[in-house]
Design a protein around this ligand. Structure first.
Ligand SMILES: Cc1cc2nc3c(=O)[nH]c(=O)nc-3n(C[C@H](O)[C@H](O)[C@H](O)COP(=O)(O)O)c2cc1C
Length: 197
């Protein structure tokens, strides 16, 4: 395992979403270890508005059958070769974690819960990055498919907000530039006229 021990700043600015994994297996214990630390995410009322379904190792192999059914269009009609190609987006990763939030009927609580679970996900991504493991937050349409939800054991009143993929990778992708700070910040009290000067 790669023990990088990045500073918080380094982890935040160097982390990239990994979309091309190299298929090298990750140690499955790494996932609960990361989650153990990631759950210190802030969350209103300490509701801990999340649960996670982890598929690593043999369970990831089993999950691949489900992902084939829901994540590859017309998979039954494809040649073995084409199916293998289409499955690369899943088979090159080594594990997946589904992050599930309660769908509170109250809008404020629902938004807070989604926000808190998103922070949990970013914590997971940063902690994995620090260990040299890549992740990508994926939101394929099938996450809301009732049949897929059934296969995962997701209950009414719950929503899968992320299929977080894990795996090793060869080289980080180039960062997509962010909007510069002076375009996204205005200072309280600055009027339109002041900023035009
Ligand atoms: C809520 C959310 C949903 C995302 N869904 C997908 C997705 O379905 N497929 C994908 O390839 N990347 C997805 N991403 C990853 C983004 O594409 C990625 O964060 C973005 O390109 C910026 O790259 P970086 O994370 O390397 O800085 C998602 C990210 C977030 C925060």
């Amino acid at each position: 395992m790669n023990e990088q021990a990045l500073s918080v700043r380094e982890a935040i600015i160097t982390r990239r979403s990994i979309k091309n994994f190299n298929g090298q297996p990750i140690e499955p214990e790494i996932i609960p270890e990361i989650i153990e630390d990631a759950i210190w995410a802030p969350n209103h009322g300490n509701r801990n508005p999340w649960r996670l379904i982890v598929a690593a190792d043999e369970q990831y192999e089993q999950l691949l059958d489900v992902l084939k059914e829901f994540g590859v269009a017309n998979w039954k009609q494809l040649s073995d070769e084409d199916l293998e190609k289409q499955m690369k987006k899943f088979t090159s990763a080594s594990a997946a974690v589904f992050v599930i939030v309660p769908e509170d009927a109250r809008q404020k609580e629902r938004l807070e819960d989604y926000a808190a679970a998103s922070i949990l996900i970013q914590n997971i991504q940063l902690l994995a990055w620090d260990k040299g493991v890549g992740t990508c937050w994926k939101t394929p349409g099938f996450l809301d498919n009732p049949k897929f939800r059934d296969r995962l054991g997701v209950k009414p009143g719950e929503r899968i907000i992320s299929m977080l993929q894990f795996g090793h990778f060869d080289g980080a992708p180039k960062a997509a530039p962010r909007k510069p700070v002076d375009e996204i910040i205005t200072y309280f009290g600055d009027s339109e006229e002041d900023s035009a000067e």
